[in-house]
Design a protein around this ligand. Structure first.
Ligand SMILES: [Zn+2]
Length: 287
């Protein structure tokens, strides 16, 4: 996509990820690829936030000291091509969603999320405990922040076969979709439906994820004039690459089925690309 370069002061970015080491040598439990998100976060792939929260609750919290976050926007956003791209994407997402809320009369509900960009490290989040790069990109509702370790983009391209700028924008826009769900209250509605009906928890989780995919499509659909040849294909490739069936080699069970199949994820993105967010809203209408 041909996005405009971000303007200073237009976006909220910080970088709180370390270089990978665990401070103070208190490595017990961290650093073996273990995910230690202690509160619920929404992931782009792979993890069931419900299970994750249950697994680590109260165990790992507080082991990693959070260093001071870098909030120098220029430094963060120009630190790599990925970072620059993400900052441009964030500005565009802010503008598109602020405009959408405004147009529908909910302008006062809109709040920008923060983007926390780091590389090859662990991150001590402000609201969701700590996580390693293995968690992949995620959104933490408690601090309304999207966390992206940019090394995930290498994984996406080299291991999952989904390269290209639009594939990366899709990941960012999906996490942004979880922010939209948070500020509209859809997340908390789903969360309480899950608590009332645990046997449907995974199914509801899948609907949340598909809606976030759909919202990602809406952003792109509303910026159709900026889409370049090949972008849509890159997005579809990425959506398919992070489908539950693809990631598990077809061994999908109710426990690991949390984000939808490759087909469902591509369909949700395609639905969103028509540019109508209300079509996405219907995904979580569970009656
Ligand atoms: Zn997600």
């Amino acid at each position: 996509m041909r996005l405009n370069p971000f303007n200073t002061g237009n976006i909220n970015v910080r970088s709180s990820g370390g270089g990978g080491g665990v401070p103070g040598g208190k490595a017990g439990g961290i650093g073996c690829g273990t995910i230690v998100i202690a509160a619920v976060g929404y992931f782009v792939f792979g993890l069931d936030p419900m299970q994750t929260a249950g697994m680590v609750e109260g165990v790992q919290q507080g082991q990693q000291q959070a260093g001071p976050a870098n909030t120098n926007e220029q430094e963060i956003c120009t630190s790599s091509e990925y970072a620059r791209e993400a900052c441009n994407g964030l500005q565009s997402l802010n503008q598109t969603w602020a405009g959408t809320f405004e147009a529908q009369g909910y302008g006062d509900q809109f709040r920008q999320p923060t983007l926390d960009l780091f590389r090859n490290g662990q991150v001590a989040t402000q609201g969701c405990g700590s996580a390693t790069s293995a968690a992949g990109p995620f959104y933490c509702p408690a601090d309304q922040t999207i966390y992206i370790d940019t090394s995930f983009y290498d994984t996406l391209e080299r291991q999952l076969g989904a390269g290209g700028d639009f594939a990366r924008y899709y990941v960012l826009a999906h996490e942004y979709g979880h922010h939209i769900q948070t500020i509209t209250g859809i997340s908390s509605q789903i969360r309480s439906a899950q608590q009332q009906n645990p046997s449907r928890a995974n199914q509801l989780q899948v609907l949340m994820e598909l809606q976030a995919d759909c919202y990602a499509g809406v952003w792109a659909g509303k910026n159709r004039n900026l889409i370049e040849p090949g972008d849509i294909e890159e997005g579809m490739q990425a959506a398919a690459a992070i489908g539950d069936d693809r990631l598990t080699g077809g061994r999908v069970s109710s426990e690991n089925f949390t984000h939808g199949t490759s087909q469902q994820r591509s369909d949700a993105l395609r639905l969103g690309l028509q540019g109508d967010d209300r079509a996405c809203d219907r995904i979580t209408n569970i009656g």
